[in-house]
Write a protein that binds this ligand. Structure first.
Ligand SMILES: NC(=O)c1ccc[n+]([C@@H]2O[C@H](COP(=O)([O-])OP(=O)(O)OC[C@H]3O[C@@H](n4cnc5c(N)ncnc54)[C@H](O)[C@@H]3O)[C@@H](O)[C@H]2O)c1
Length: 252
């Protein structure tokens, strides 16, 4: 497999898990496109270029339908070689470090979470499938969550619904695009150290870590390694599957 001929697009890649996924895929030789709504994505891509990798940045909100439709033009020469898409962009709103319960949740907040985490993933994936269909080879990976699999106390219902939705999208899409040589899989992280999880405070994260069989929170690299496996040639007969990356916190 010539990874240099297979470009990868990673959403939510300005920081955290997405940035590490981009780094690991770049290290495997893939040209990478780091996409994020935050301008910090420029620096993240530049850092990879400075390490000698082929990386580009796209500053874009995954909910912006018009901007998503312009992606082929924005990436021009790279677009035909797009072979991997990782839907990692996500939000999990907290208020003073805590979720809002359903009875207190404004519809606007519910809609925004569904729009970013689920509809954004749908729009990005739909846009990126054409070059994969043309070459007959593709990998789609959804970064879902433990909250898509079991009841978890920290994130809100909108977050769990959106990630469960992303898993449903993956399942149906996997069946639809298999004939084109495209696999669609999910990576479901448990609690991973990042800016997102820092919002609830150190004390809660330390308490949660004590309940995890492997005795620590996850690192971005733990999640990225599972994503990288799904994008590999070796994983070509695996589709519609989920890898749980949670230190044994949930064993399904
Ligand atoms: N950290 C965890 O414990 C954990 C656990 C399970 C799942 N996840 C999932 O992993 C993914 C990455 O999480 P993280 O901890 O690195 O979070 P993070 O908040 O550190 O990073 C998320 C990135 O997504 C970007 N983003 C948000 N909304 C966007 C939009 N509309 N368009 C484009 N980019 C957008 C942000 O700017 C940010 O760079 C998320 O989907 C999250 O739900 C994280």
């Amino acid at each position: 497999m010539h990874t240099a001929d297979k470009a990868a697009l990673i959403t939510g890649a300005a920081r955290g898990i997405g940035r590490e996924i981009a780094r690991q895929l770049a290290a495997r030789g893939h040209p990478v496109v780091l996409l994020d709504a935050h301008a910090g994505v420029m620096d993240a891509a530049q850092a990879l270029c400075d390490e000698g990798h082929a990386a580009r940045a796209v500053c874009l909100d995954v909910t912006d339908e018009a901007a998503v439709k312009e992606l082929p033009d924005a990436l021009k020469d790279l677009w035909p070689s797009l072979a991997i898409v990782v839907n990692n962009a996500g939000i999990s709103p907290k208020h003073e470090g805590r979720k809002r319960e359903v009875m207190d949740m404004p519809l606007e907040e519910w809609r925004r979470v569904l729009e970013v985490n689920l509809t954004g993933g749908f729009m990005i994936t739909r846009q990126c499938l054409a070059p994969m269909v043309r070459t007959g080879w593709g990998r789609v990976v959804m970064v879902t969550s433990q909250a898509a699999r079991v009841r978890t106390p920290v994130p809100g219902a909108h977050y769990a619904a959106s990630k469960s939705g992303l898993a449903g999208l993956a399942r149906i899409l996997a069946g639809e695009v298999a004939r084109h040589g495209i696999t669609v899989n999910c990576v479901a992280p448990g609690r991973v150290e990042s800016d997102m999880t820092a919002e609830v405070g150190q004390a809660l994260n330390t308490d949660l870590a004590r309940t995890i069989p492997l005795g620590r929170l996850g690192q971005a690299g733990d999640v990225a390694a599972a994503v990288a496996f799904f994008t590999s040639a070796e994983a070509g007969y695996i589709t519609g599957a989920t890898i749980d990356v949670n230190g044994g916190n949930t064993m399904l």
